[in-house]
Design a protein around this ligand. Structure first.
Ligand SMILES: Cc1cc2nc3c(=O)[nH]c(=O)nc-3n(C[C@H](O)[C@H](O)[C@H](O)COP(=O)(O)O)c2cc1C
Length: 389
């Protein structure tokens, strides 16, 4: 692992903190750049009242001088505006675990007599810190011409037609939609479905698609399972609250195809080795193959519902309804930027691992060489035989 990061902070605590270590020197990073992604995490339909209270801003407190990374660990601080409403307040013990949350399992695991500590840390408030760290990784990837985007493909069973437009147009249209869906008609239906869910005290899940373009051949490795790029991406996606399924490329459609129709045939375009399709989602044998990396993610309907759910009060031992705490209705649109951020982190880590180097200037020529590899570079001769001793 070339890049490490850690976040800390509770949902209603004073602030969120993040430290990222391993970023090379020479990357231009400003707080305004991070603010773009933090703003995306806060906007859109389906958000709860918390988003109206918070106006997230990440303060860079170390590792950046004169707007440029120094190579030292970068630390970030995001204040919780809502903290003031909780500070010094006697909060009633929380003893009614919500199904689908960490509440019950964490209470058993940590021996809590009040579930609040797990509620505070398991909350997706933490994803603000991840988005901030991801924005720094995005800035690194941009230096190498790589972009990571995402959009919503479906919410509450209402699917948009994501094939109506090419990739860039899809992303552009998604950004104009309050539910991050490129299909305008589906967006309207989804907005209505979110309103209905809100009225009924329900929540909605959905499907997101994430793409990474411009990724060179050779990130990740087949030699050891933990180094596989698909393993790392899938792990990062499942590390996001409420993301429960990851599909890379045509994984599920491929399962129904015969073998010769499930791969991406190799061809020559001049000296360049090219593929005739991208069913594998840009990763073969755990290594990026130069194609667009694309994933589909399943996000569950979030567990805090105004409509009650059965639980047991751990204080009285009686059957009761789970307590409702102010909550989102459908954070799927907001999760797009979270999934992008987590993808940026993985790809930036794999890039640094591949290229090495302490500064951007050291990395750029190495990247150029990697990009320019053609058939000539990999051409084998008859003498290239391996003999087992
Ligand atoms: C951006 C975002 C916002 C979320 N907001 C809420 C919320 O308001 N209420 C809630 O119950 N869950 C919310 N979740 C999901 C929970 O944090 C998550 O379901 C819970 O921690 C249990 O973890 P698990 O679903 O990953 O098993 C949100 C998730 C994301 C990604």
């Amino acid at each position: 692992m070339a890049l490490r990061y850690l976040t800390a902070g509770e949902s209603h605590g004073e602030c969120l903190t993040a430290i990222i270590e391993g970023m090379p020197a020479g990357i231009a990073i400003g707080e305004e750049l991070i603010a773009v992604d933090l703003g995306r995490r806060q906007s859109g339909a389906g958000s709860g009242e918390r988003m109206a209270i918070e106006s997230d801003h990440a303060r860079i407190t170390a590792g950046v001088m004169e707007g440029v990374t120094t190579g030292a660990p970068i630390s970030l601080l995001i204040e919780n505006s809502d903290h003031i409403n909780w500070k010094g307040r006697a909060v009633k013990p929380y003893t009614t675990p919500r199904p689908g949350h960490a509440d019950l399992a964490a209470a058993v695991k940590y021996g809590y007599s009040d579930i609040r500590p797990s509620l505070e840390r398991a909350s997706a408030r933490e994803t603000a810190a991840r988005v901030a760290v991801g924005a720094i990784c995005r800035a690194l990837l941009r230096e190498f011409g790589m972009t990571v985007d995402g959009y919503v493909a479906a919410i509450g069973g209402i699917a948009g037609n994501t094939e109506l437009y090419d990739h860039d147009e899809r992303v552009r249209r998604a950004r104009l939609s309050r539910v991050q869906c490129p299909d305008e008609r589906a967006s309207e239906k989804i907005e209505r479905a979110i309103e209905v869910a809100h009225r009924e005290g329900e929540t909605l899940g959905g499907i997101l698609e994430i793409t990474a373009q411009g990724v060179p051949v050779g990130l990740g490795s087949h030699v050891e399972p933990s180094r596989r790029l698909d393993v790392r991406l899938a792990g990062a996606m499942l590390g996001i609250n409420a993301i429960k399924g990851v599909e890379i490329g045509d994984a599920f459609a491929n399962a129904a195809r015969c073998g010769s129709r499930a791969q991406d045939q190799i061809a020559l375009d001049g000296e360049q080795l090219v593929r005739r399709s991208n069913r594998c989602g840009g990763i073969e044998g755990g290594i990026s193959n130069g194609g667009t990396i694309w994933m589909r993610l399943a996000m569950k309907p979030i567990p805090t519902t105004r409509k009650g759910q059965d639980t047991v009060d751990l204080a009285s031992g009686r059957q009761c309804m789970a307590t409702y705490e102010r909550s989102d209705i459908c954070p799927v649109p907001r999760a797009v930027v979270v999934c992008e951020a987590a993808s940026c982190l993985v790809i930036a880590d794999a890039l640094l691992e591949k290229l090495g180097g302490d500064s951007l200037n050291e990395m750029l020529p190495r990247f150029k060489t990697l990009r320019q590899s053609t058939l000539r570079d990999v051409k084998m001769t008859d003498s290239d035989h391996i003999y087992w001793p």
